[in-house]
Ligand binder design. Structure first.
Ligand SMILES: *Cc1c(COP(=O)(O)O)cnc(C)c1O
Length: 382
């Protein structure tokens, strides 16, 4: 099946009991056992719930993996995956990783003796050099947040295979519609389904897909033990969002390209970070490993006052954290997603006080461009 079809029919696509067009919200915490000696498919909702199972099966099909698992949030998913590691293990992680992942590794998992080295993953030699005898895993994010650096998936897999590392990737920015890391051999794919998969800024959810059943079983045991599972109502909302992912992503991505081109030509914008622009250093690489540039455009205003003025003047986008919704969202990494990072470290990574990130929604691109036009300094402002 083609990706668009998989979104509708990759998992259970109707209620097996009634033929209903959506899987019902199974609001039950426990299940009657006909045979007390052998439990049925469902026994207790932390272990499995039919609405959550439908989402998990759908997600496994979308990423082309063996096992899908749904968690209470993207961070619950990431933290549960990191629980595959043991005290004393070392993990090599992308320098430009989601802020919550950075915090989990540098605080909580550090206390549990998991050692982390952050490296610039756009340079495979640097990644290879960071591998130690106790390195057990590689954690990739591409495009990275918020500067959208592109990491070579094949090169990372070569290193992971060479050193027998568990290969983990956060695929939130692309969604399985645009990028399928398991096709490259990745072991574990993580999503914050709060973003593009849910797509409507109304649900917090996390999803994991494992390439093989063995890691899937280990992670399923962690899910059941640690217990950070997704509730049935939120599983249903996520399933509902997934059905329209292709239509949303296609439209949002088209607008994102138009907006990136507009910003690229704007005198008050110093630089645009979008893998759909040929000027982007990872443009060719990204085209080889993903089927589209996505719908998030970061750009650097001339200075902080220009950025702050823009955030105050825009009328259409929400000024907020998060991304991937049907409505556009404008964020300010310096005080939002990367506030926890020391300023010197943040600046070293190129996340300046002029940087803003736009998640392009389903509004008409012309309206979004007109809104940016009136909010940015230039000829239109008296
Ligand atoms: C939002 C996000 C997360 C965390 O997901 P939550 O659902 O907010 O817990 C992880 N990775 C990336 C890339 C994200 O954008």
């Amino acid at each position: 099946m083609k990706p668009r079809t998989l979104l509708l029919h990759g998992g259970p696509d109707r209620d097996p009991y009634t033929g209903g067009s959506s899987i019902p919200v199974h609001q039950a915490s426990t299940y009657h056992q006909e045979d007390p000696l052998h439990s049925g498919a469902y026994e207790y909702a932390r272990s499995a719930n039919p609405t959550r199972s439908a989402l998990e099966e759908t997600m496994a099909a979308l990423e082309g993996g063996a096992v899908g698992l749904a968690f209470a949030s993207g961070m619950a998913a990431t933290s549960s995956v990191l629980l595959l590691l043991q005290p004393g293990d070392h993990i090599v992680v992308s320098d430009d990783i989601y802020g919550g992942t950075y915090r989990a590794l540098t605080t909580l998992f550090k206390r549990w003796q998991v050692r982390t080295t952050f490296v610039d993953m756009t340079q495979p030699d640097g990644v290879r050099a960071a591998v130690r005898p106790n390195t057990r895993a590689l954690f990739v994010e591409t495009p990275a947040n918020p500067l959208q650096q592109i990491t070579d998936l094949q090169a990372m897999m070569d290193i992971a295979r060479e050193h027998e590392l568990l290969s983990i990737i956060d695929n939130t920015f692309m969604s399985p519609y645009l990028q399928r890391p398991i096709d490259f051999g990745f072991d574990v794919v993580i999503h914050s389904a709060t973003k593009f998969l849910g797509g409507h800024s109304d649900v917090l959810a996390g999803l994991v897909v494992t390439r093989d059943a063995t890691i899937g079983r280990r992670l399923k045991a962690i899910q059941n033990t640690f217990g950070a599972v997704l509730g049935p109502q939120d599983a249903w909302l996520t399933l509902r969002g997934i059905k329209t992912l292709a239509a949303r992503m296609d439209a949002q991505q088209d607008s994102a390209l138009a907006i990136a081109q507009y910003l690229h030509a704007h005198p008050a914008v110093r630089q645009v970070f979008y893998p759909g622009l040929p000027e982007h250093p990872g443009y060719d690489l990204h085209r080889q490993q993903a089927s589209g540039p996505g719908a998030v455009v970061s750009f650097e205003c001339a200075d902080q006052p220009t950025a702050v003025e823009l955030l105050k003047r825009v009328k259409l986008p929400l000024v907020a954290v998060s991304l991937g919704g049907v409505e556009s969202i404008l964020s300010y990494p310096a005080t939002m997603s990367h506030a926890a990072m020391p300023p010197a470290e943040r600046h070293r990574r190129g996340i300046t006080d002029g940087l803003v990130r736009l998640s392009v929604g389903l509004e008409a691109a012309a309206d979004l461009i007109a809104d940016l036009q009136q909010a940015l300094p230039g000829m239109s402002r008296s």
